[in-house]
Design a protein around this ligand. Structure first.
Ligand code: ATP
Length: 398
């Protein structure tokens, strides 16, 4: 961690002054620079307490421009990562064995990655850059840097710095990592161990999300564009990460939500529920007003701070049988319980391409499960299944 902080301070400091335009050669995969950090310091590096190591920067000028595009101030960036408050290590949320760190201000996330993932990112960097420049609402992960640390005589650790989707004033009560596939897509945790930090998966999903008309259309269009981009880059295995904040969290309990919040859908209680909903809106609006007055009102963007409604569904895994590759059962099991929520979402884990090992994984898993239900399918099919799935779990709120 210390090496990483020393390296980032050096790189950001070095490139902060360079404000020239980008050249095609900046995207060249050979644009990588090694710097040695001896403990006693050198002409260009400070003395430090860690062991002798080398530091590698990949396409630094491009990432300098990306940080600017994503409105990350160099001083804030350096302070968040290299300040005295150490980075927080998260208990590894993924299967891949990657380590995750969060900066104290929650804005940036650092993930250790494989060599193949760095290769994929550098390979697609130019089209990624064009894509995020063209679509400011793009939901694909925001990348701020790619680096490598190699202690002398030790092995390399590669990592990326990216935006934390859940950097929010609001508490995230539930999080879902959704791929649109079903094979193995559950947390496998008993209900009483599931809490706000658990990343739930497709089979655990028990909501559909209702978005206001304009947002809904913008979302579907943007997902189409993002998936087209990923498909063209032969990327697969990505997820839609969704975070939910329940606006009335005062009665929120561990198992789910308080009955106070529920709208039962029965006709005779409709007036009462309408009144309760009015109260909830009022309360939420007052809270928002507080935020406006104190200058803390978060900006609504596609995928960040989005007001929406979440309708409770039966969990996919509550069904013994499932439709291969599909989630069509969601509709009949609607419960009519609706919650006012604030949503956060984005497309993460976009550095897996469909290489030979994925083809083998697909072939192997196909022997055990329905081929359309497993995660490793070719990028075209993956994107289609992903979009179809999103089209079922996000609906327009009328
Ligand atoms: P797997 O192999 O299980 O797909 P992985 O190790 O490749 O996982 P990711 O899929 O990138 O890792 O992320 C694992 C989890 O880390 C996500 O489900 C999410 O909870 C969290 N996470 C990853 N990226 C972000 C991000 N940009 N913002 C917030 N949380 C994130």
């Amino acid at each position: 961690m210390l090496n990483l902080q020393l390296g980032i301070r050096y790189s950001v400091g070095k490139h902060a002054q360079i404000l020239r335009d980008l050249k095609p050669s900046d995207f060249d995969p050979r644009e990588k620079f090694w710097t040695r950090f001896p403990p006693e310091g050198s002409k260009i590096t400070p003395p430090h307490q860690s062991s002798d190591f080398r530091w590698k920067d990949y396409c630094p000028v491009v990432f300098r421009h990306l940080r600017e595009l994503f409105q990350v101030d160099p001083a804030d960036y350096m302070l968040a990562i290299c300040g005295n408050d150490a980075l927080r290590e998260l208990s590894s949320p993924g299967k891949s064995g990657s380590f995750f760190y969060l900066t104290q201000d929650d804005r940036f996330m650092i993930k250790t990655v494989k060599k193949s993932e760095v290769k994929v990112l550098i390979r697609m960097l130019s089209s990624y850059f064009q894509h995020v420049c063209r679509y400011e609402n793009s939901l694909v992960t925001k990348f701020f840097g790619v680096h490598c640390v190699k202690p002398i005589g030790g092995s390399k650790t590669r990592f990326i710095v990216m935006g934390n989707l859940f950097c929010s004033e609001y508490r995230i009560h539930r999080r879902f990592d959704l791929k649109g596939s079903s094979h193995g897509r559950t947390t496998n945790k008993p209900e009483d161990e599931i809490d706000e930090t658990t990343t739930l998966k497709d089979l655990d999903l028990n909501y559909v999300f209702r978005l206001q008309r304009n947002w809904f259309q913008e979302f579907i269009n943007q997902i189409d564009r993002d998936c087209e981009f990923l498909e063209a880059e032969k990327i697969m295995d990505y997820s839609l990460l969704v975070g939910l904040h329940f606006r009335d969290d005062s009665n929120y309990d561990k198992m789910g939500l308080s009955p106070f919040l529920l709208r039962s859908g029965k006709k005779d209680s409709f007036q009462n529920e309408k009144f309760m909903r009015g109260c909830r809106f009022l309360e939420a609006e007052l809270q928002d007003m507080d935020r406006v007055l104190s200058g803390r009102k978060p900006l609504i963007r596609l995928g960040a701070n989005m007001p929406a409604r979440a309708e409770r569904m039966a969990r996919r895994s509550d069904f013994d049988q499932y439709t291969p590759g599909g989630f069509s059962h969601l509709t009949p099991s609607r419960s009519g319980e609706i919650y006012e929520v604030v949503l956060y979402f984005g497309v993460i884990d976009i550095l897996q391409d469909y290489d030979i090992s994925k083809k083998l994984e697909h072939a192997y898993k196909s022997l055990q499960a329905d081929p359309s239900s497993i995660s490793a399918v070719d990028p075209k099919l993956y994107s289609k299944r992903f979009r179809d799935f999103i089209g079922r779990i996000f609906i327009e709120d009328r």
